[in-house]
Design a binder for this molecule. Structure first.
Ligand code: SF4
Length: 354
């Protein structure tokens, strides 16, 4: 049984507006009026998966899903390059597929770097890394070292779900436990590989579980300073074993969670992931302490399987408008949060010829 402190209980009962003000003030101290976004491209290399987590709509039994060949991945990258897209981050994640050789994973990273040497290659969740370590009988450290040599810059934060093993047994019984999940991140931090960290919410977890998760990841941050951004991911039950069995999460609860995350965490950035929240809710969450809107998100497939309602991608103008419309400043970044451009003033397009 998790016991909340008095402060945590207060955060749960404060009027939303007041809570938002406290969180926004803290966000301002960390990132002024900036809201970050990037041009990112997703490669979801396979969905054939051994784990078949009950909370996942993406993973399919072996032989019943898809797997991209290296040639297919290379063709996609080539086409993207020809279109002269200014890609700043390439996000590579997939499934636990026993039919893929070790070299395949290394080649994915090398291909991303070959076509977009300037972009941040953010690849493979802690779940995938731990799976590879077991499959290849190689240490997590050696796997990460090989990947770093190939061009890996950052680990994505997927697979954290809720870092409480009693809940993980229901949500994702075949995935690594919380300890191993955090161990992979700590080893990455030791090797000077920054990582992202997520939390899946809106399923069977309570507020106590959410706050426990936040405190746990903050402990790791205090120890390693290795997390770049915290990403609360709203659960979409469609096409999962939980469809019709979980309560809808309304926007007010999302705003409260983002505000509490900002208040409790030392991790510098909090993402308002429009892909799962919808652009409108993600925009309002910027007033509750979030300072990152993710990016254009070309070719993301994972949440499409759960029938999310957001558009396929947003272009740079769409993202800038969302940020300007709440009086904040859009900042283009790469996957390590290096600033590429600050859009100080709104660029009005006057059509008047007088
Ligand atoms: S969440 Fe990941 S490990 Fe679980 S079924 Fe989906 S793809 Fe596989």
């Amino acid at each position: 049984m998790i016991k909340l402190t008095n402060l945590e209980k207060d955060l749960l009962s404060l009027p939303l507006e007041e809570l938002g003000e406290i969180a926004f003030e803290k966000k301002r101290k960390v990132s002024q009026d900036f809201v970050y976004f990037t041009h990112n491209y997703h490669i979801n290399y396979s969905n054939e998966c051994l784990a078949l987590c009950p909370m996942c709509a993406f993973g399919k039994p072996l032989g019943k899903g898809y797997t991209l060949s290296l040639k297919e991945v290379e063709d996609k990258l080539k086409k993207l390059k020809e279109k002269k897209k200014n890609i700043l981050e390439i996000h590579i994640v997939g499934s636990l597929n026993p039919n893929l050789p070790y070299k395949y994973y290394i080649s994915l990273i090398e291909l991303a770097k070959k076509y977009f040497p300037e972009s941040t290659v953010k690849a493979f969740t802690a779940t995938e890394i731990a799976y590879l370590s077991k499959k290849e009988s190689k240490s997590i450290e050696d796997i990460l070292k090989d990947m770093k040599v190939a061009g890996l810059d950052v680990l994505p934060g997927g697979g954290a779900e809720i870092l409480k093993d009693d809940l993980r047994k229901i949500l994702c019984p075949n995935k690594i436990d919380s300890f191993t999940y955090l161990k992979v991140h700590k080893i990455a931090h030791k090797l000077k590989i920054k990582t992202n960290i997520t939390m899946l919410f809106g399923h069977i977890e309570s507020w106590e579980d959410r706050i426990y998760h936040l405190k746990l990841i903050n402990e790791v941050y205090k120890e390693t300073e290795g997390f770049l951004v915290f990403i609360p991911l709203l659960f979409h039950p469609k096409n999962t074993k939980f469809e019709g069995k979980v309560k809808k999460v309304f926007p007010a609860e999302i705003y409260r969670l983002i505000a509490i995350s900002r208040i409790l965490l030392d991790i510098p950035h909090i993402k308002s992931y429009w892909v799962m929240l919808t652009p409108k809710v993600a925009q309002t969450a910027l007033l509750f302490g979030a300072d990152d809107l993710d990016g254009c998100v070309y070719e993301e497939k994972i949440t499409k399987y759960a029938k999310r309602s957001s558009p396929d991608y947003l272009n740079e103008e769409n993202l800038k408008k969302l940020i300007w419309d709440v009086d904040l400043t859009p900042v283009l970044r790469d996957g390590k949060f290096n600033i590429k451009k600050v859009y100080e003033k709104r660029e009005y397009a006057y059509s008047c010829k007088h």
